[in-house]
Design a protein around this ligand. Structure first.
Ligand SMILES: [Zn+2]
Length: 217
């Protein structure tokens, strides 16, 4: 679970469809790397694109932002939980040094500079007023996200373990320990398969909208 800067690209055709059009959601989804713009959870953790929302960064219900309702620069891909917690909350315009309660713009600020994740506890913390505000308001330390983050670090550790096993097998075979070498190879092969599967689960989008649309016979 990693945050990164959301690179916005203008697309007048997509923008003309309006924020409720599924093509807009699909566009924002790719732009956002299939992750929630706020908590960075992958869509697969919550059931894919159907469960995710089109988020209005500057809330459309505030009269001063009503004109941004369909503006792609104001739209992001977000999980339903963050979207509900944020609702129409807008404490004020963000400041450069994140010194006030606010939501820094995900297309100009890389959120990985706002938040730090503890590898051992899975908890998110942040050094800035804006980080603390978002962590509290969007409940970034909810139990489900803590588990997701721990799983992320475990998957990384398993990948490294597989590399270590390969070295170990090499050493055992060179030194004549063929049976132990074979056993460890078996274990490693299985481990590699499991790790790959776990990685794929997070990398491959669960379902496209076209996959889940009712087919007409
Ligand atoms: Zn989220």
């Amino acid at each position: 679970m990693k945050w990164s800067l959301i690179q916005k690209t203008a697309n007048p055709t997509i923008e003309s469809y309006g924020c409720r059009d599924s093509r807009v959601k699909e566009f924002l989804r790719e732009e956002g790397g299939f992750r929630c713009v706020y908590c960075a959870v992958h869509e697969n953790a919550l059931g894919g694109i159907q469960a995710f929302h089109v988020e209005h960064y500057r809330p459309k219900s505030k009269p001063e932002f009503a004109h941004l309702e369909n503006s792609l620069s104001n739209l992001f891909y977000a999980c339903p939980i963050c979207n509900r917690f944020k609702a129409n909350d807008w404490p004020g315009e963000p400041k450069k040094k994140h010194s006030v309660s606010s939501y820094p713009d995900p297309s100009t600020v890389d959120y990985s500079t706002l938040f730090k994740v503890s590898e051992s506890t899975g908890l998110v913390s942040g050094p800035y007023v804006a980080s603390k505000y978002m962590i509290e308001r969007l409940y970034f330390n909810r139990p489900q996200l803590i588990l997701e983050r721990k799983e992320y670090f475990l998957r990384q550790a398993f990948e490294k373990l597989n590399a270590d096993h390969a070295v170990l097998i090499g050493e055992l075979v060179t030194k004549g320990g063929k049976t132990s070498g074979k056993l460890i190879k078996k274990l490693t092969d299985l481990n590699t398969k499991v790790t790959k599967h776990l990685m794929d689960l997070k990398k491959i989008p669960a379902y496209e909208l076209a996959d889940v649309r009712r087919r007409r016979s």
